[in-house]
Design a protein around this ligand. Structure first.
Ligand code: ADP
Ligand code: MG
Length: 271
């Protein structure tokens, strides 16, 4: 099989954009599947009370299941909350249950409220799980859950939809990231931008692509994810696009993006 390189160091990547529907969850689960199916052990942390990543990976996320919520309040460890996806033994997931819906408010009065996820993701625990990549799938807001994700990560991956208003609101995300860098997590960087839902029939999609590349340069992955109905159907079957239709354009583009990500994770260290 066609293995992808393991990173020089474990990569913890927060998938963030406070806009809903831009492809955060789709990108988190499909990049994770792309890596996992090519031999790289990967954990997805579902940090959205909607639980869409848990659905796509078909892991149990009924209320009461050990989940990211219990992890944040310190009741269970990440090892105890982790489930293995049926799609690959290398594809792991900490689910989100509806219990997470109240966490944004509960966290406010808790000690070290911004760094509870970071504390739960200790080096020892992640070593025990043996994961090379961690993707944190954020909710569509810039609240405490997203702040926890930004504090826990080394890298931010921003999915940008190739649509009008694509860049709207991005300034707010970037200034929040700067605040976190300044006060809570100096090691954080925006390492990756992924263009999603590209529709080649529209001139607009090309304009947005060009604009994003001009603005962000090499941070933008060369691979662009096309808009495809199959990609949107897959979660309904509890599958990633790689399991649902591995030969589809959507699946192949996520494999390409995962490979690009994996290759950067090695060369970055050599420079
Ligand atoms: P977010 O997590 O940012 O809210 P999602 O990943 O849930 O966004 O995507 C929003 C919607 O668009 C979902 O219904 C998803 O299935 C669909 N979608 C995502 N990527 C694609 C794509 N490449 N082609 C078609 N539909 C997509
Ligand atoms: Mg989502």
């Amino acid at each position: 099989e066609n293995f992808m390189p393991r990173p020089t160091r474990r990569r913890v990547m927060t998938v963030a954009n406070q806009k809903g529907g831009v492809g955060k969850t789709t990108s988190a689960v499909n990049l994770a599947a792309g890596l996992a199916l090519h031999g790289v052990r990967t954990l997805v942390i579902d940090l959205d009370p909607q639980g869409n990543a848990s659905t796509a990976l078909d892991v149990d996320h009924r209320s009461g299941t050990p989940s990211v919520y219990e992890m944040l309040i310190g009741e269970v460890s990440v090892v105890e909350a982790t489930q293995v996806s049926a799609q690959s033994p290398n594809l792991l997931c900490v689910p989100a249950t509806i219990d997470l819906a109240g966490a944004e408010i509960e966290l406010v009065s808790m000690a070290s409220r911004e760094s509870r996820l970071k504390e739960a993701l200790s080096k020892e625990a992640l070593d025990e799980l043996g994961v090379d990549y961690v993707f944190i799938d954020c909710p569509p807001s810039l609240g405490l859950l997203t702040v926890n994700a930004l504090v826990a990560a080394h890298e931010v991956l921003i999915p940008i939809q190739c649509e009008y208003y694509a860049l709207e609101g991005l300034g707010q995300l970037l200034s929040n990231i700067e605040l976190v860098q300044r006060h809570l997590n100096q090691a954080l960087s925006v390492s990756t931008i992924l263009l999603t839902m590209y529709d080649g029939r529209t001139k607009l999609a090309d304009q947005v692509t060009q604009e994003v590349r001009n603005h962000f340069g090499d941070v933008v992955l060369k691979t662009i994810i096309p808009r495809s109905v199959k990609v949107s159907e897959a979660p309904g079957y509890g599958q990633t696009i790689l399991a649902y239709d591995p030969g589809s354009r959507g699946a192949m583009s996520y494999v390409d993006a995962a490979r690009e990500l994996a290759e950067r994770g090695v060369s970055r260290e050599r420079r």
